[in-house]
Design a protein around this ligand. Structure first.
Ligand code: NAI
Length: 800
């Protein structure tokens, strides 16, 4: 028997297993297999199929669950549909009571859920008990609050409807909570598919829904694999898909939902940098690495998997880190003294091994924690790979295991460059005692979450989600709620018994050649507008623009792929606009309005040539002016928030511009439509490539002179006329276009959304809805500004 002194010296103490009898009894009671949870009851799969669920740490079978078929998905969606209107018709307070009851019951079952999670997933009981499950309860409490406040805080919004939610295996119950709580608060109903490796806590949650009296059909859970998930994605009765998982599947889902009108949010992979500057508290940073990459065995989408260490402290820091890594205990996750548990499944273990072998083959040097790994189950020791090049496979690919790769940098600028050298953009962690350096680096990170002197902090009150190929949409807090809401006017329009809404009247089509007053002469050939200059189209051709009656009004440039590429390059190069002060941007917008006013008569007569009555034309120009004023006013007022999250932290939610955006304009209201889209986008600091209405482009080309005389830096607004569908596709495929707004022909949306899957840029449109551009509710507002920005949540140490 070792003495206390021996134990303190070796830190080699005996096992401290968590009791698992309650969960074992529950599993035994379901030995005949778990069904799906549909319409408030547990039902077997229609096909009768089942699949096994294993404990990854022991390699033992612990349950069998139903294999979801398309018919099961049908039944679940039908149940959710039946339940949706009554659920949404409850008062916010009534829904809050249900969410509160779920939170309370989860809290009462905390230990049970933690044990079940660990048996199913293999994560250390210490983590499921102290992190996952408390955050689950917190999420339901927080969203009970949003349900209560929904009517007062989101008065112009309605629930989306039936939501399909697909979640991964790394935080099974927590991801369920992140998806279900906001959806319920906002009045949606749900069909959720847990990951095939880890369905059990979702089924335990289904029992809790029953126990708390959640109305039947509000939450439905269908177990199954990727095929079941694909059936849910494809189901026409689903109004929104929320997905967390691999970028690869995210891309498939983007393509599968293209043109369907389904709302989509994607939370995908990452390869997040963990930057240690030479003035950092090194011991703190070492503990940070432990939490960044060895928490949950590195099976964390926002894991700090790329260590960037400043050259001067590199050796000292790695020596400390290796010492700390050596003390980590990997083993049976039900043991309370274990630091690193099991890898979720043999297939994941193989993937980790292959990638690590590749890292060695590429010249990386491997360091691993010692200690004996259990003989059964899937385990991989905490690992550090040094001597890694930023362009090597292990520095670029998400390993999703307990493996950090380490690189060095010399200057802060170089750190930023290496950190942003990734197709992902989920998170970043910054370690320095210098507040200027910390905040400056945070601002430069292309990432949706930034932790300063901290890492892997989560809270229901803060938004979470990525930039770039880490996906789009946010989960958590106010930002996350928007993912489960749509503007009420759109909902009203959709439910108006399929009736197409009457567009604002486009009056009196003039006859060809009819006298129209100040009609421009036919030889006026508009070029494109790129980088602040009029540019001849690459094709060398123009096309004839005709009035509705057929009369030729002039020529517009026939833009092509090359012109779009040039325009995107100009937009990408005009980054200074995003860094300009909001006041400066507002001034430029006011100046545009002023110049537009000075040329109002010219614009009016242009609209008249397109068949508008002079009064209607005057109204449109006046509305375009007012809209420009509105967004000039908003430029310095649509700003961020400070979320109250953890103690000794504040979380700054900063709306940031996307960068280069593509905008496809509508045909109706050719001037007002364009202005309604371009002004909010540039007010927020984006640079835009605009494709005007194909049939009425001259209102846009008339703007060139206005833009030229308004102090707008070259490249902030670029205008390419021509075949809209073709140009839209080029914009959608372009990797330097970070977001796309599509308000062209509804039929073109499917192609654009599918083409956007390349770099997973968000595509915003109102689907097939007909927008009244004159309406301040439909054609203007915070919804436009919100879609022109992505929120970066920066966690800053603050307070006692
Ligand atoms: P995955 O993306 O295949 O699985 C996530 C969920 O999507 C599961 O519920 C799965 O059944 C479902 N799914 C799979 N194919 C689908 C389809 N075609 N349509 C609809 N749903 C579908 O992730 P997987 O294969 O389990 O893990 C592979 C890699 O993905 C990991 O090594 C890791 O790199 C990454 N990953 C990232 C996660 C994150 O949180 N960002 C979570 C899980 C995995």
């Amino acid at each position: 028997m070792p003495s206390v002194r021996d134990v303190l010296n070796t830190m080699d103490y005996g096992p401290a297993p968590e009791a698992e009898t309650h969960v074992a009894d529950w599993l035994k009671a379901h030995a005949q297999g778990f069904g799906h949870f549909i319409g408030g009851a547990f039902v077997p799969s229609t096909g009768g199929g089942r699949f096994p669920v294993d404990n990854p740490a022991r390699g033992t079978r612990i349950a069998e669950v139903a294999a979801g078929t398309p018919a099961d998905i049908d039944a679940a969606v039908a149940a959710a549909r039946r339940a949706q209107a009554p659920w949404a018709a409850l008062s916010g307070h009534e829904r809050a009571r249900h969410l509160y009851a779920l939170a309370r019951t989860i809290q009462k079952r905390e230990r049970f859920l933690a044990v079940l999670e660990t048996l199913d997933n293999g994560k250390p009981i210490r983590e499921s008990r102290d992190i996952d499950v408390p955050l689950v309860a917190r999420h339901f409490y927080h969203h009970a609050g949003w349900a209560e406040m929904l009517e007062s805080e989101f008065p112009a919004y309605a629930p989306v409807g039936v939501c399909g939610q697909i979640i991964p295996w790394n935080f099974p119950l927590l991801m369920l909570a992140w998806k279900i709580a906001p959806a319920l608060a906002a009045g949606n109903t749900i069909v959720l598919k847990p990951a095939e490796f880890t369905p059990l806590t979702a089924l335990a949650f289904a029992e809790i829904c029953r126990e708390t009296g959640l109305p039947e059909g509000v939450v439905n859970i269908v177990t199954g694999d990727g095929e079941t998930g694909a059936a849910l994605v494809a189901h026409p009765g689903v109004d929104k898909i929320a997905f967390t998982g691999s970028t690869e599947v995210g891309r498939l889902i983007r393509r599968a939902t293209a043109g369907s009108g389904k709302k989509l949010s994607l939370e995908l992979g990452g390869k997040s940098p963990f930057i240690v500057f030479e003035d950092a508290d090194l011991d703190g940073a070492v503990e940070g690495v432990v939490d960044a990459i060895w928490f949950n065995g590195g099976q964390v989408c926002c894991a700090g998997s790329r260590l960037l260490v400043q050259e001067g402290i590199h050796e000292r820091f790695l020596a400390k880190l290796k010492r700390r890594m050596a003390g980590l205990v990997t083993g049976e996750p039900m043991d309370k003294s274990v630091d690193v548990g099991a890898i979720v499944a043999p297939v994941q273990l193989r993937r980790i091994r292959e990638l690590v072998a590749k890292g060695e083959a590429e010249g990386g040097v491997l360091h691993q924690a010692g200690g004996k790994l259990p003989e059964t189950g899937s385990f991989f020791p905490p690992t550090l790979i040094t001597e890694v090049e930023p362009a090597s496979t292990v520095a670029e690919v998400e390993i999703f295991g307990p493996v950090a790769v380490a690189m060095t940098f010399r200057t802060p600028a170089e750190a930023v460059q290496i950190a942003n050298h990734s197709r992902y953009g989920l998170a970043a962690s910054i370690w320095t005692e210098n507040v200027n350096l910390a905040l400056d680096t945070a601002a430069r990170m292309k990432a949706g979450v930034v932790w300063i002197n901290s890492t892997n902090l989560f809270d229901a009150g803060a938004g979470f989600g990525g930039y770039r190929e880490s996906g789009f949409g946010r989960e958590g807090g106010r930002e996350g709620l928007y993912e489960y809401l749509v503007p009420a006017w759109r909902k009203a329009q959709a439910s108006a018994s399929g009736e197409a809404r009457v567009a604002p009247p486009l009056v009196a089509v003039p006859e060809a050649g009819a006298s129209l007053g100040a009609v421009p002469t036919i030889d006026r050939t508009a070029k494109l507008y790129i980088g602040g200059r009029q540019a001849r189209p690459d094709s060398g051709y123009g096309y004839t623009v005709r009035a509705p009656g057929g009369a030729a009004l002039g020529q517009a440039g026939l833009g092509n792929r090359k012109d779009i590429r040039n325009a995107v390059e100009a937009a990408a190069g005009a980054g200074g606009w995003g860094g300009a002060s909001a006041h400066n941007r507002a001034q430029v917008l006011y100046y545009i309005a002023e110049n537009l006013a000075a040329r109002a008569a010219e614009f009016e007569s242009r609209l008249v040539t397109f068949g508008q009555e002079p009064d209607a034309a005057r109204r449109e120009v006046e509305a375009a002016l007012r809209r420009t004023f509105f967004y000039a006013a908003q430029a310095d007022k649509y700003d961020g928030r400070v979320h109250a999250t953890k103690t000794r932290h504040v979380t700054l939610a900063m709306p940031e511009p996307f960068g280069a955006m593509g905008i496809l304009c509508p045909d109706d209201a050719p001037l007002l439509g364009l202005v309604s889209l371009v002004m909010p986008a540039i007010a927020m600091g984006n640079r835009v490539v605009v494709v005007p209405s194909e049939s009425a482009p001259l209102a846009a080309t008339d703007l060139y002179q206005v833009l030229d005389t308004s102090d707008l830096p070259g490249g902030v607004v670029n205008i390419v006329t021509g075949p809209r569908a073709e140009l839209a596709k080029t914009l959608a495929e372009h990797h330097d276009v970070a977001a796309l707004w599509y308000f062209g022909e509804p039929a073109g949306l499917a192609g654009v959304e599918a083409a956007s899957a390349g770099n997973l840029k968000p595509v915003w449109s109102h689907g097939g809805a007909r927008i009244d551009w004159f309406s301040p509710v439909e054609g203007q507002g915070a919804e436009y500004l919100r879609n022109a920005t992505q929120v970066k949540n920066i966690w800053v140490p603050y307070g006692e």
